[in-house]
Design a binder for this molecule. Structure first.
Ligand SMILES: [Fe+2]
Length: 250
């Protein structure tokens, strides 16, 4: 079984369509790590695609904000403006769909994979610092001992962290890697990067293919029509910096 694991779509329809086109011939199933809406201008279309494409989908912090399940006065002003706008677009059935999404979802034949948004322990936790990553591996060992790989989004930065059987934390280089081989004795936290608002300095949409049989993870970078996505942001009168950041991938 091959899974296309996508995250942080953020209402960017052009990016989502390009990723789906790239992934469809390479994957048997899609998994979504949340933040379907926010920032960009096609929340409804993206919700409907994810709804039909991804049986395993978790909720992100922007999805929570868009349906009123999380305050968002801590978001930056551009993100707040986008949530205000998104809330005016959603129908009651879109809201019901987002509200029903779980925080975490195990998947795979033996349920050894876990989909989460920020971290295995919190939707809003940013995994950048080694100390936090280590704390999450300890959490997984205690509360999710069956999980071999936890997939997270939220930072919009592609990354693989490995915790060996001895508890040693390693960062696996993913740039230019064809396929990363998973060690059966280690535990992993894997971020596929963002479909709709990459922040790793590369404007291409990022996602991964998890090959369950081969035990490999392959990163894919997909170019999409950024100009079209930007035009929609301008037409919707969303803040201009949300359009400008797409072309620099920050
Ligand atoms: Fe996000």
């Amino acid at each position: 079984m091959k899974y296309a694991i996508i995250s942080d779509i953020h209402a960017n329809l052009e990016a989502l369509q390009a990723v789906v086109e790239d992934a469809a011939p390479r994957a048997d199933a899609f998994v979504c790590l949340g933040d379907i809406v926010g920032y960009n201008a096609n929340p409804i279309e993206c919700i409907h695609i994810i709804q039909s494409l991804c049986p395993v989908t978790v909720i992100g912090n922007h999805d929570l904000a868009a349906v009123g399940l999380r305050p968002y006065n801590d978001f930056n002003p551009y993100a707040q403006a986008a949530i205000d706008w998104t809330r005016e677009q959603l129908s009651s059935s879109d809201i019901a769909y987002l509200e029903a999404l779980p925080m975490c979802a195990p998947f795979g034949i033996d349920q050894t994979y876990l989909a989460a948004h920020g971290s295995p322990r919190h939707t809003d936790e940013y995994l950048f610092q080694a100390q936090r990553i280590q704390a999450n591996f300890m959490y997984m060992r205690q509360f999710e001992p069956n999980i071999h790989c936890c997939f997270v989004g939220h930072t919009h930065v592609p990354m693989i962290w490995e915790c060996t059987a001895d508890g040693i934390l390693l960062t696996v280089e993913t740039i230019n890697a064809d396929a990363v081989e998973l060690d059966s004795t280690s535990t992993y936290i894997v971020n596929p990067g963002s479909v709709g608002q990459p922040r790793n300095g590369n404007p291409a949409s990022s996602y991964i293919i998890l090959d369950d049989a081969a035990q490999t993870i392959t990163y894919r970078g997909v170019h999409y029509d950024i100009l079209a996505a930007q035009d929609k942001i301008y037409d919707a009168m969303l803040p201009m910096p949300l359009a400008e950041r797409l072309e620099i991938g920050r």
